[in-house]
Design a protein around this ligand. Structure first.
Ligand code: M6R
Length: 615
């Protein structure tokens, strides 16, 4: 939530910050702003709306000279999205200017205290309170900005990644982090500051990722020194070499990131299992699992925690682990788990799933599980993310950057990793025979080419989307392994087309949702050959006999469902446990095409942000 960018060096800051904001817009896009320093004065421009709106405003409002600047793209937490609440925010004197990603939870008492001392607030934001708190401390104690920031941050409760500079100190930007990501790109006599490395990838491959409770005063032409916020102690900073490349964060000829990411799935899934899935040697190699095999084998149960699409991947994993590794699995929303006083023991293995690795609820749930003695294993996509660092061990999905707000390749690569873990565990426990183990590996290895085939349904799916784009409600049904796919299909449709959709286990339909069925409500049924096929066929008949419309996802060559359904979309045959990797593809395409046909902003749906770093 919210993207922050900063630059200090020898180049013009504005084009770097503007491009950086466009790359970070997936993090939040209800307003945007920029502050530049030209050696004499701060020039600030901000607006409700997108970064394009900011660009238009800047062109009218300010001259963009200056080699120091900060920029922000916002996802509102405190105060509605409007010009005034947009970042950057000035302090009362106009001497300090700040951008912030996160939430200051105790901003109310701090604000009241500052008001008694004469401070006046223009916005409804917690951020304006923070910049004035810093100003108040700096003024009263007559200290440098860095020190004032440190003292102020020790008084705040909440989460932040901030960048702040002082009109009287035009050669430095102070940055700090707690709970929200912040990277410092290190160039030749220049520094870049950003929520992730995408804004500066074409300038440098070297970056320092601040850890929680760390801050730095980034000075023009000087080395970066990182300090701990609580006690001001110096930290040994670690300069990482970035693995990202420009191609990965650009649309590459696709109209939307979401479509690009849907089409990247064959590669992404292959990248996820490359070097890990070795059918010829009959081995699954995953160091994070191998090193902790005892924990996995001695576990009484596995608890999976996640949010949104990652939670759906967890539900698929529940079936896989129980089926293959014969271990009890519970899947919980991280947001519920963290506040539920859950029963956790040292014999539980907790698997936390998160694309971004920054989801606040998942992070808090991990901390809770760890505090109760559980071993926590992370499945993340973003390398070096907070969740990757907070977990005891883990495995990256290696899906490459996912920029579209609607998760697509994250889902299939998470399922891939979880399948590998379940298979590895099953082999070690002896709950799968060696021939079955090999068979599963060979089938998994064939998934990328089968996803390619599933993607060929694109044109057909687009025609179906055109027929049903004006429906007000959709029902998605699936059983067994395909039940979570139904949930995921419904979520995809809701989030990018704003059409109400519900995912349901097909058999549960009779217990309520069947009342909704009429000729105006399309039902998407996942009816692949393996796993409860006959039962699903009965469910389809029940819907048809109530004038319902059926869009069915079927196994190639299906005959029975073809006769009953209004539309069928075929996917290749695979093992039952691998079916979600294929059946999800047409559902992603369906939501994509409906959203495009309705003229929605596919990559930046309203009210959503890519990483939900607030509760
Ligand atoms: O980064 P995470 O996987 O932790 O994110 C979890 C959810 O916020 C995310 O999956 C969200 O539901 C997506 N917008 C779904 O497409």
């Amino acid at each position: 939530m919210c993207g922050i960018v900063g630059y200090i060096g020898h180049r013009e800051a504005y084009p770097i910050i503007l491009k950086g904001l466009k790359r970070l817009e997936y993090r939040g896009y209800d307003s945007a702003g920029i502050a530049l320093y030209d050696g004499n004065d701060i020039k600030l421009s901000k607006t409700k709306g997108k970064v394009d709106d900011l660009e238009a405003r800047v062109a009218k409002e300010i001259n963009t000279e200056g080699t120091l600047g900060i920029g922000h793209t916002r996802w509102a937490t405190h105060g509605v999205p409007n010009d005034v609440n947009s970042h950057p925010h000035y302090s009362n004197s106009g001497e300090l200017v700040i951008i912030h990603n996160g939430i200051i939870e105790n901003y109310e008492p701090l604000k009241q205290e500052l008001e008694t001392r004469g401070y006046v607030f223009k916005s409804d934001t917690d951020t304006e309170v923070l910049v004035n708190l810093i100003e108040d401390i700096k003024k009263n104690e007559d200290i440098m900005l860095g020190k004032a920031v440190q003292i102020a941050l020790n008084q705040v409760v909440g989460a932040y990644a901030i960048a702040v500079f002082d009109r009287s100190k035009p050669n430095e930007i102070v940055v700090a982090r707690l709970g929200s990501p912040l990277a410092i790109g290190i160039g030749e006599d220049e520094f870049f500051i950003a929520s992730d490395a995408s804004p500066f990838i074409e300038y440098t491959n070297n970056a320092i990722y601040l850890e929680d409770e760390e801050m730095a005063v980034v000075r023009r032409g000087k080395d970066v020194k990182i300090r701990k916020i609580p006690d001001d102690s110096l930290v040994d900073s670690y300069v990482q070499e970035l693995q990202l490349n420009l191609e990965q964060i650009e649309k590459g000829g696709y109209p939307h990131f979401m479509l690009k990411e849907i089409y990247e799935q064959p590669h992404a899934i292959g990248d996820t299992f490359r070097g890990r899935l070795l059918p010829e040697e009959a081995i699954i190699k995953m160091s994070g699992v191998e090193d902790n095999m005892k924990k996995f084998l001695n576990a009484n149960r596995i608890i999976i925690i996640a949010c949104g699409t990652s939670w759906h991947a967890g539900l698929v994993a529940e079936y896989i682990f129980e089926d293959l590794a014969r271990i009890q699995v519970e899947v919980d929303y991280a947001s519920e788990f963290r506040y539920r006083n859950p029963v956790i023991t040292e014999n539980d293995v907790v698997i936390a799933i998160s694309q971004s690795g920054e989801t606040a609820d998942t992070l808090a749930a991990i901390k809770l599980a760890k505090s109760r003695g559980a071993f926590v294993f992370g499945v993340c996509n973003v390398v070096g993310s907070s969740i990757a660092r907070e977990t005891d061990a883990g495995a990256y999905t290696h899906a490459g950057p996912e920029i579209g707000v609607a998760s697509t390749k994250a889902f299939t690569t998470q399922i891939t990793i979880l399948t590998l873990i379940a298979l590895r565990m099953a082999r070690a426990k002896g709950t799968i025979s060696s021939s079955d183990f090999r068979h599963h590996m060979i089938e998994l290895e064939m998934i990328p080419e089968k996803v390619e085939i599933a993607l060929k349904s694109d044109a057909l799916v687009s025609q179906i989307a055109d027929i049903y784009k004006n429906a007000k409600n959709f029902l998605y049904l699936g059983r067994g392994y395909n039940f979570p796919v139904a949930l995921e299909g419904a979520l995809k449709l809701k989030e990018i087309s704003y059409i109400h959709a519900e995912g349901y286990p097909a058999a549960e339909m009779k217990h309520g949702p069947i009342a909704l069925i009429d000729e105006n409500m399309p039902t998407v049924v996942i009816a692949t050959k393996k796993g409860h096929y006959d039962k699903i066929v009965s469910n389809i008949q029940e819907i048809k006999s109530r004038s319902g419309v059926i869009i069915a996802i079927v196994t190639k060559g299906d005959v029975t469902v073809k006769e009953l359904a209004d539309h069928v979309i075929e996917v290749p045959e695979t093992l039952e446990c691998l079916a979600p990797l294929l059946t999800t593809i047409p559902l992603q395409l369906l939501s994509y095409h409906i959203a495009v046909l309705l003229g929605k902003n596919v990559d930046q749906p309203r009210n959503l942000a890519k990483s939900v770093t607030v509760e």
